[in-house]
Design a protein. Structure first.
Length: 806
RNA sequence: GCCGGCGUGAUGAAAUGGCAGACAUGCCAGACUCAAAAUCUGGUGGGUGGCAACGCCCGUGUCGGUUCAAGUCCGACCGCCGGCACCA
């Protein structure tokens, strides 16, 4: 192997950067606002398996971008840290008896070594770890602020319970009825929980998506998750008694078609209105529904079930008596937990009505005519069977009926969201303790701010209690405390926070990681925030990104941060798949270990390869052959650096290629299109290295362009050129626009869009001349002979298209 | 089922509506070598005509449309990937 000594070079420059703190960032007030950038990576959870080749893909991208920005004269904040509370460490502790802190520290050490071996330009002085008391002190602090504002509340609610993780889960953590983390079917369980009122921010979380430079698909995912819908609430009087049932509907225009009502089994009116004759059946149904897991509820979705309560309500528009049923296709947590059923125009109601032989009345028609309905028709149309409203179009009807309802005082416009409040407590040890105390006299009392952090107690084992309570509940000396208000005996809250808590605000702590007086100094926040570019995996599209937006908006409302949104631009890097395009996984044995790649190919090769594979956002398979190609590129660079340098002016064509290359690499790097930037550098090298000597004026800018991509090699070459280190802040090369174009261009002559001849002409040849030359071209004249020319289109430097009669 | 995104050589992929396949991988041939590796040079979408120089036809999932010109824009369909899924 004639290879370049990448291993020595990489170690040398990593050591240099570390000892010289090359990438330490300060808040220099003389740098104007538009010359500052905050570029953020999603911080990793330090797993026992170590870094995966997919991990650094996004890190490489941001690192290249940051190094480029520094050379462009920007002040760049680029930090790294660890998301270090979480279940895997706790589960490992249960299995082996190793304290989660110990295994977490080991994993962080391993991750740090691995990350440092890849040559990132992080400011390591700002490193943080969310499980450290100095950090979670402020997670607790923010929680208390939320609690003070009534955005954290306690409730006994049926929650998603993972029987394997032994903890409650937020809605967002349940996918297809399975636990997002371990894949175990989620069950329902009634437990006292701490819940964050994220729904109070639903409207703003939705509306402010507009101001973000995020991918449309990601915004759409958040939009769908928030799930805003507009409609009306309508109160139906019961036939007997004084109670009424309030329903939410997006189709108030179908009120005349409401032929029955359905309550959720959990609806509070169920017990009250059920007639003695129906009581037994209703009770049984309610009990059965309560026992079903989410999974079972959705699995049985096709076949509708339900029971008649024996009660009737009155349809407010026509006074008709309609039966009230219960069914588990009505969710207690959405809308009012009750619906008016319009079987003619709602698929689910239709299925239910068919099964239980309830009447179906058509009230919307495409053309105003009536016909037998084969299935529910939920499209808009013209009102029929709707009394005084007949003939109205759906949109007009909606407006009119809402006015009518408001006037009568039985309903009005309403907005609903699919988004639910955030179940925030976890019945586990390895998380931030919720800093609240339950006092028999004063109720729930906050741990005073000056007593934060409320530290996790030291324990030997973290075995779950099995009762649905946190392991903390089994430590009496920790649970039993005194009330901060009255000093009397009180008990600590034993639930901990979910893993998402720490990641909700870590980007703020990087700004001022050692601050003892605040989560971050306001002047630091004003200097850097909001984050200009955030890169990470798409798996956090609705979890982390929704939660942290919520916290950030809250902090904004409290006047503690300067922007309503934390992350202005966001990119999801694609996954790196195993060879053959399948997912990398331990079980398939196709996992690539970055340590092996660094050892065999070097960090620079890995960087160039991963960025050359394709666009950042798309998933692409790993290829051992491909990485060999990246290595060859760097080898060729190394050999080119050993050519004798000359001070001669570079020749015309090469000089032009250089300027074209600088332009393309600058533009592509700026747009994070690293694959095409690398391709252009390859083109340049292939041309420039084919000569016996290398003009210094070509080589110097090339090395500078290489610096963000292969920083170790570039530092070495920079030194080899006789410069003092480091290359990190040497100004990025500029280009001369006139030199970016070729002198000669190949102009294509087409007849009816088909290429019939080509000619090499000076760039910029005038349209008139192009036309003349095309028409004068021998071959063109031959093909054209005798045909009528209808039109000639000239595109300068590109083509002439002659439209001729056939 | 609903909502998005994507379909280009053997492979990863390029291509402001203007020469499809840049760059890289692989493969083939040649140079160097006793030989191999490494390296360097050339070739490499399919079909077809010509001894050749060089032509012609077809080709970006399928079918249609807009346009002088479509991988790119529009419509329908097929396939793959992702998200949501009784949300009234």
């Amino acid at each position: 192997m004639t290879g370049y000594p990448f291993s020595d070079i990489e170690k040398k420059w990593q050591a240099y950067w570390e000892t010289h703190k090359t990438f330490r960032t300060t808040e220099d007030p003389s740098v104007p606002r538009e010359k500052r950038r905050y570029v953020l990576d999603m911080f990793p959870y330090p797993s026992a398996a170590g870094l995966h080749v997919g991990h650094p893909e996004g890190y490489f991208a941001t690192d290249i971008y940051c190094r480029y920005l520094r050379m462009k004269g920007f002040q760049v904040l680029h930090p790294m840290g660890f998301d270090s509370f979480g279940l895997p460490a706790e589960n490992y502790a249960i299995k082996t008896g190793t304290h989660p802190r110990v295994s977490t520290e080991q994993n962080i050490a391993r991750f740090t070594t691995q990350i440092k071996s890849l040559g990132f330009s992080y400011d390591w002085d700002r490193q943080l770890s969310s499980c450290e008391p100095e950090y979670y002190r402020w997670t607790q602090w923010i929680f208390l602020r939320l609690w003070e504002k009534g955005l954290a509340y306690e409730a006994e609610v049926p929650i998603n319970w993972c029987p394997s993780c032994l903890t409650g889960l937020a809605n967002e953590e349940v996918k297809d009825g399975l636990c997002d983390r371990c894949g175990t079917p989620v069950t329902r369980r009634n437990l006292r929980q701490w819940i964050l009122r994220i729904t109070a921010y639903a409207e703003r979380l939705l509306a402010d998506l507009d101001m973000l430079n995020w991918s449309e698909s990601l915004k759409l995912m958040q939009t769908n998750w928030i799930g805003r819908s507009e409609g009306a609430n309508v109160r139906f009087k019961l036939e007997k008694g004084t109670d009424s049932i309030e329903v939410y509907t997006t189709r108030p225009d179908t009120l005349y078609g409401a032929t029955y009502m359905v309550l959720s089994p959990e609806h509070p009116l169920v017990r009250k209105i059920t007639t003695p004759a129906q009581k037994k059946a209703v009770d049984e149904y309610v009990r059965a529904a309560a026992m079903k897991s989410d999974m079972e509820r959705t699995e049985l979705a096709k076949d509708k079930t339900g029971v008649f309560t024996g009660a009737y309500a009155l349809n407010p528009v026509n006074g008709k008596k309609i039966p009230v049923w219960i069914s588990d296709y009505i969710l207690i947590s959405y809308g009012t937990g009750a619906i008016m059923a319009v079987p003619a125009h709602d698929e689910r109601d239709f299925a239910f009505a068919k099964k239980f032989e309830l009447p179906i009345v058509q009230v919307v028609s495409k053309d105003g005519s009536l016909r037998e309905l084969e299935e529910a028709d939920s499209t808009d149309g013209i009102a029929v069977n709707s009394g005084e409203f007949d003939g109205l179009a759906t949109t007009d009807f909606k407006k009119r009926i809402v006015e009518w309802l408001e006037k009568k005082g039985i309903g009005g416009r309403a907005v609903n969201y699919k988004l639910r409040d955030w179940i925030f407590s976890r019945q586990r040890y390895w998380g931030e303790p919720i800093p609240l105390v339950h006092c028999p006299k004063d109720g729930t009392v906050a741990v005073p701010y000056d007593q934060l952090p409320l530290r996790l107690p030291e324990v030997k084992t973290v075995t779950p209690t099995g009762t649905g309570e946190s392991p903390l509940a089994a430590i009496p000396e920790w649970v039993n405390t005194t009330c901060p208000k009255c000093g009397g005996p009180a008990k600590r809250e034993t639930n901990t926070m979910p893993q998402w808590a720490g990641s909700c605000w870590y980007y703020l702590r990087y700004l001022d990681p050692a601050n003892n007086a605040a989560f971050a100094g306001r002047e630091k926040i004003d200097y850097w925030m909001p984050v200009d570019l955030y890169v990470g995996g798409a798996e956090h599209a609705v979890l982390h990104l929704l939660y942290s937006r919520f916290w950030h908006k809250f902090l904004f409302d409290e006047g503690l941060v300067n922007s309503p949104e934390p992350f202005m631009r966001l990119i999801n890097q694609g996954m790196i798949l195993g060879e053959g395009g399948v997912k990398m996984s331990k079980s398939l044995g196709n996992v690539i270990n970055p340590d092996d790649i660094v050892r065999d190919f070097g960090a620079d090769t890995m960087r160039v390869y991963e960025m050359f594979m394709g666009p950042l956002e798309v998933s692409k398979p790993w290829s051992t052959r491909g990485i060999a190609g990246a290595k060859r590129f760097l080898e060729r660079i190394w050999r080119a650096s050993e050519l004798p340098l000359t001070d001669e002016e570079p020749t015309g064509a090469l000089l032009r290629l250089l300027h074209k290359t600088i332009k393309k690499v600058s533009r592509d790097t700026d747009r994070l299109e690293f694959n095409t930037a690398i391709a252009q550098m390859m083109i340049f090298l292939n041309e420039a290295a084919g000569h016996p000597a290398m003009p210094r004026k070509l080589w110097t800018p090339f090395v500078l362009m290489l610096a963000p991509y292969a920083p170790h090699l570039a530092e070495e070459l920079w030194e080899k050129l006789g410069n003092a280190p480091s290359i990190a802040r040497v100004p990025w090369p500029g280009w001369i626009e006139e030199l970016t174009a070729k002198e000669l261009v190949e102009v294509v002559y087409q007849i009816n869009g088909k290429i019939r001849a080509k000619e090499s002409l000076p760039a910029g040849t005038a349209d008139a001349e192009l036309k003349e030359r095309a028409l004068g071209n021998e071959r063109i004249r031959e093909i054209l002979s005798g045909r009528e020319i209808r039109k000639v289109i000239v595109v300068r430097n590109k083509l002439v298209n002659i439209v001729a009669a056939v």
